[in-house]
Write a new protein. Structure first.
Lengths: 455, 348, 338
């Protein structure tokens, strides 16, 4: 697909979005409505998918979409349209995956991922991530490859992740090592460049914002808290300078005294004394350092905080302090959190919605009550089975099997199939797509789709 | 509280396998003598799993290191006794300690990658340990090594026995380390945070494996961790340490369901629990004191919501508190007008 | 503080937005902080310094020599390079013995032209130390800059800089300095040669030594750039040069200090070697090396002091600075600290 066609397709897509927004049409009903349309909306979708799958993948052109808008008032989003749009700059494996998705989309069976353009009721979500991919080059040096005749090797850390976060909520990403959740966090804040997919922050596609002044304006609205409190603070800077850095960088305040007062207020907001500003980070304990990190993250008054395992390196009692603090701040300041963790109990306490990741893909998304009460994906069930408790002494040994495989050579098809009791031939061949189940729950599993999971 | 009472309670008669009495470990530094472990006493019966839980800086890893004789100088055991099967081992040096270590007491460390020598195959590790401690021929040792690898759940042990540590994944490596610890048939295994560096799904498997094997081989385990959930799932009794002292010790079901010591209560309350649905986690304000600034009296008193005058001046010893024993003046029999009697009813 | 056991119902949570009470543990620093000097004296570094007699002695020797050399014009009894004050009859006076002709007593004797050796050494040490410091500063500046860029950018920039460094390392330092000097001598007009010689010497010594700064700084940068505080700065959009200057540079300076100290000794020795070979400082500003060269002609004819004292000074200076650098390296190494 040539550059011009791609640009045209994008332009058409944006036009459609603008029209729909102007007309206040709801494209995606709440999940209950959507699941009802599994039967009813299938035709409209199939029609669309065919015209959309005609090779240019351009979102079905303008007129059919607008016509279809009336039909689609209650219908599912136009997901297949974005599949073909991913620029072919990434190496073969990613392209193959998207081709596979386009294929199943054309068959009209996929009911799947979030699309940022047309999601939710009239208020757009604060963050919308769509089909995000990030592949790292882990090939051997050029000379070695030449002599040993080895192809390039890619580590697909993030492989088609889509979710959205409404304003004011906490969305958690859970998974074990190698699942890519930290990579997703860093992609969103701009520390890594995505190989494919879109990140839409409050309606702005981050990839399209290239001018540094505009980028800075967007950057001011989000911040990040890191995992290691010992490495997150520059050991040579005093605490006051650390916390004031975002204020100075974004030019929010020029007067030194006002900056000093602002830092003092931030310190007391996170439960420390303003006199702590003159000290160095090594004079503080882990929990206090994490508070300083939170104060720094709040300095530029962001709306959105990405928290990458903020309490994993802390003791349990300190973790409780920090989690309580984060919740209080969210209530006070109306923050939106993306909370990354491997600890399910913490996630249950903090999050409204939870996404479970495995080897770069999302296995299940649901709101946290549903996820913990009725997990559907076999991996989610396995994870929940690992939470130790007094009641389950000695009964758990057989529920958990195997280990997370090497992300560089993931298993084909569904990457969980070597450890799954419900795996069959289709699971070994074909990677499942994320499907909505109703009640806000989305699961990527063939067994669940085929009803084989006995529920 | 006399030490013999402890041992009776624990062992149900007979000599306990490991008995630690009034252990005190000090580190001389230029700011004075730092006491890292202060008058700690407990006992482990044969085949029992004792969990030692505490936050960082509480001294639990040091206790394990002191028992097996791996204290880093200038740290030293200043006073107290460690008895293995009735014989003192705290004063053993050199060759005598080496004979003990590995043969009667084994240790599992936190990081499986650095616990194994990367230049030796897994088989060489196992065989060497067995040849050092047991009277076996090399062929018999190798056969036993194969059997052990199979027992810990390594698939295809006949091939993997000749693999190097870097060819195993993290969970597999920890299984190898467990096999290594068990190969000389020790009576006690000290496991220092064996699952902290692993993924949660692997953690569950390793914990279950450790429990099963130690039951089968009738080996006692001293499981040192900061994760209360692991203790709840694995241990028979649990000892809670705070600032180098024992705060509470008792059967794990009792300590988890009805903790007596305020620190343990705070600890249990801070852990987010599935299905609890609390708005705010219980938090203990402040932080564990540094070794150079341990408060007088009860070490927990600055952070305790129920402290009174006696807590600030006198250090409490372990005293009975319902089904467990806690170092807290709330449970002293002669306390008047406080909540201690009510607590006994709850915790009983 | 709520501390309900699991069996009883949990206490009601405070209303949202309630301020958290000030914590006892963190508000304990209402008292004034100790002064900077008091903190320095109390630090581990100072402690290890005071308790190492060798280090204290080396520091004293270095300090004395450096101050004496810098104040040479003020404290030297004579100006040895002013021909008007020289008296040929004073030549070859033994140390602390009256000259048979003029009756003057010189502490360290005189050389062939009647120059007071003590003054000559002071002036010579001054030249040596100044050239040494300047060369180290130049090498450090060059090496740190290249190391930061190579470590942070990575990729082909890193490879390029490191290959240049490797090529440079394959030449001995003296050869590099000689090469540069030779080129200079061939290119520059004779009138300027004397005045520019010192600067070219500084550049020559500096260019032969920058590689170890670059390498150390590069490996430290590689470690630091992945740390979260650098990522936090990138998240808020701090541009790369500012990150290098404000965040990374202060954290990689530790090993640089050690290298610089030991490098100072090496620079002084290199300069003396070059002067000894005749290609260093011009004769109008003799350094310790020049004095040694001049003096060695007389070594076996009995006037041993003309070469001995400058040589001894050079030895003491280099040794003291080296020992100081050794201590600094061990003291700053976190792994060796108990």
């Amino acid at each position: 697909m040539s550059i011009i066609e791609r640009a045209l397709a994008k332009a058409k897509q944006e036009d459609r979005v603008a029209v729909e927004k102007a007309e206040g049409l709801a494209h995606r009903q709440e999940e209950a409505g959507r699941s009802m349309d599994l039967a009813g909306g299938g035709e409209a979708r199939g029609h669309e998918a065919e015209s959309g799958g005609g090779g240019d993948g351009a979102g079905a052109g303008r007129s059919p979409a607008v016509v279809g808008a009336g039909l689609r008032a209650n219908a599912a989003p136009v997901s297949p349209s974005f599949v073909g749009e991913t620029p072919p700059t990434v190496a073969a494996p990613v392209a193959a995956l998207t081709a596979e998705r386009a294929q199943s989309a054309r068959l009209g069976t996929a009911l799947d991922a979030t699309t940022c353009a047309s999601s939710g009721p009239a208020v757009p979500p604060l963050l919308c991530v769509e089909d995000l991919c990030c592949a790292f080059d882990v090939s051997k040096p050029f000379l070695n490859r030449l002599l040993e005749r080895e192809p390039r090797r890619w580590l697909k850390a993030v492989d088609g992740v889509s979710f959205e976060i409404p304003r004011g909520e906490t969305f958690a990403l859970v998974g074990e090592s190698g699942c890519g959740k930290s990579t997703v966090a860093r992609l969103i804040v701009g520390l890594y460049e995505p190989s494919a997919g879109r990140i839409v922050f409050d309606g702005h596609d981050l990839a399209r914002v290239t001018r540094s002044a505009e980028r800075q304006k967007l950057r001011r609205r989000f911040q990040m808290i890191f995992q290691d409190p010992y490495a997150s603070l520059n050991p040579r800077w005093r605490v006051e300078r650390i916390i004031a850095e975002p204020i100075r960088v974004f030019g929010l305040e020029r007067d030194e005294r006002k900056i000093h007062a602002g830092v003092a207020e931030l310190l007391s907001q996170v439960g420390m004394s303003p006199a702590d500003g003159t000290k160095y980070p090594h004079e503080f304990s882990g929990g206090q350092r994490q508070r300083i990190c939170i104060a720094r993250a709040l300095a530029n008054r962001p709306e959105f905080l990405v928290c990458d395992e903020p309490t994993s390196a802390l003791d349990v009692s300190v973790q409780a302090q920090i989690l309580n603090l984060m919740r209080d701040l969210q209530d006070e300041l109306g923050l939106t959190y993306l909370f990354i963790s491997h600890d399910l109990a913490v996630v249950r306490h903090m999050a409204n919605r939870v996404g479970v990741m495995y080897l770069g893909r999302i296995a299940e998304i649901a709101d946290s009550r549903t996820l913990f009460a009725r997990p559907r994906h076999p991996y989610t069930r396995m994870l929940l089975a690992t939470i130790p408790s007094l009641a389950m002494r000695g009964q758990r040994a057989d529920l958990v099997r195997g280990e997370v495989p090497n992300p560089i050579t993931p298993p084909p098809g569904c990457s969980f199939h070597p450890r799954c009791a419900l795996a069959d031939e289709r699971c070994r061949r074909e990677a499942p797509l994320l499907r909505a189940l109703g009640g806000g729950q989305q699961v990527a599993c063939h067994a669940v789709e085929e009803g084989r999971d006995h529920e | 509280m006399s030490v013999s009472h402890i041992e009776q309670m624990n062992a149900g008669g007979g000599v306990p396998l490991l008995s630690v009495r009034h252990l005190r470990v000090e580190f001389p530094s230029r700011r004075g003598m730092l006491v890292a472990i202060d008058d700690v006493s407990f006992a482990i019966a044969r085949g029992e799993v004792l969990g030692v839980v505490g936050e960082s800086g509480a001294g639990k890893s040091l206790t394990g290191a002191a028992i097996i004789g791996l204290l880093e100088p200038p740290g030293r055991i200043a006073s107290g006794e460690i008895l293995l099967d009735g014989e003192p081992i705290h004063a053993l040096r050199g060759e005598a300690m080496r004979r003990l270590r590995g043969r009667r007491i084994a240790m599992i460390f936190q990081d499986p990658l650095t616990s194994l020598n990367p230049l030796y195959t897994v088989g060489q590790h196992l065989v060497e340990t067995m040849l050092t401690h047991l009277e076996l021929s090399p062929a018999a040792a190798r056969k036993r090594a194969l059997a052990l690898l199979d027992e810990v759940g390594i698939p295809a042990p006949a091939q993997r026995i000749d693999h190097y540590p870097h060819q195993f994944s993290g969970g597999m490596r920890q299984r190898v380390v467990i096999a290594l610890a068990l190969c000389a048939e020790p009576e006690l295994i000290i496991a220092d945070e064996p699952t902290t560096a692993l993924d949660v799904s692997v953690q569950a498997q390793i914990i279950a494996l450790l429990r099963r094997l130690c039951r089968q081989h009738h080996t006692a385990v001293m499981l040192i961790t900061h994760d209360m959930g692991v203790i709840a799932e694995t241990a028979d009794r649990v000892a809670v340490m705070y600032a180098g002292r024992l705060a509470e010790i008792g059967p794990v079901a009792e300590v988890v369901r009805a903790p007596a010591h305020p620190y343990t209560r705070g600890l249990m309350g801070s852990i987010p629990v599935l299905g609890a649905g609390v708005e705010r986690l219980v938090q203990i304000d402040g932080a564990m004191p540094r070794l150079s600034a341990i408060p007088s009296g009860c070490a927990f008193n600055p952070r305790c919501g129920e402290a009174f005058a006696r807590c600030r001046s006198e250090r409490p010893g372990l005293m009975p508190a319902g089904a467990t024993r806690a170092a807290c003046w709330l449970y002293a029999g002669d306390c008047e007008g406080l909540s201690a009697p009510a607590r006994d009813e709850e915790g009983a | 503080m709520s501390s309900a056991p699991q069996s009883s119902p949990s206490p009601p949570s405070p209303p949202p937005g309630a301020r958290r009470p000030a914590r006892a543990g963190t508000a304990a620093h209402a008292e004034t902080r100790p002064s900077r000097w008091a903190r320095l004296v109390d630090s581990d570094l100072f402690y290890s310094f005071i308790h190492s007699p060798v280090t204290v002695l080396s520091a004293l020797v270095t300090l004395v020599l450096v101050i004496a050399a810098l104040l040479a014009p003020a404290i030297a009894p004579h100006n040895p390079f002013d021909p008007a004050t020289l008296n040929l009859m004073d030549g070859f006076t033994r140390p602390l013995q009256a000259n048979e002709f003029t009756g003057n007593v010189y502490w360290l004797g005189t050389d062939a032209q009647g120059r007071d050796l003590f003054s000559a050494i002071l002036y010579g040490a001054r030249v040596s130390i100044l050239v040494g410091f300047a060369a180290v500063a130049f090498a450090a500046l060059l090496g740190i800059t290249l190391g930061l860029i190579a470590g942070y950018r990575g990729g082909w920039v890193d490879s390029l800089i490191m290959r240049i460094a490797d090529v440079q390392l394959s030449f001995p330092a003296i050869l590099v300095a000689l090469l540069i000097f030779g080129v200079f001598k061939g290119v520059a007009p004779p009138a300027l040669q004397d005045r520019m010689a010192v600067y070219v010497l500084v550049v020559a010594i500096g260019l032969s030594d920058w590689v170890q700064y670059a390498r150390t700084v590069r490996s430290s940068t590689l470690a630091e750039k992945n740390k979260e505080y650098v990522q936090a700065a990138r998240v808020i959009g701090v541009p790369a040069p500012l990150i290098l200057l404000r965040h990374i540079l202060p954290n990689v300076m530790g090993p640089v200090l050690v290298i610089a100290t030991i490098g100072l000794a090496l620079a002084i020795i290199l300069e003396s070697t070059l002067s000894f070979l005749g290609v260093g400082v011009p004769p109008t500003q003799p350094s310790l090396g020049t004095l040694i060269r001049v003096g060695q002609d007389f070594l076996f004819s009995g006037e041993w002091w003309i070469v001995f004292f400058p040589g001894l000074t050079l030895l003491l200076l280099a040794l003291a600075v080296n020992l100081l650098g050794d201590w600094l390296r061990d003291a700053l190494n976190p792994r060796l600290r108990r």
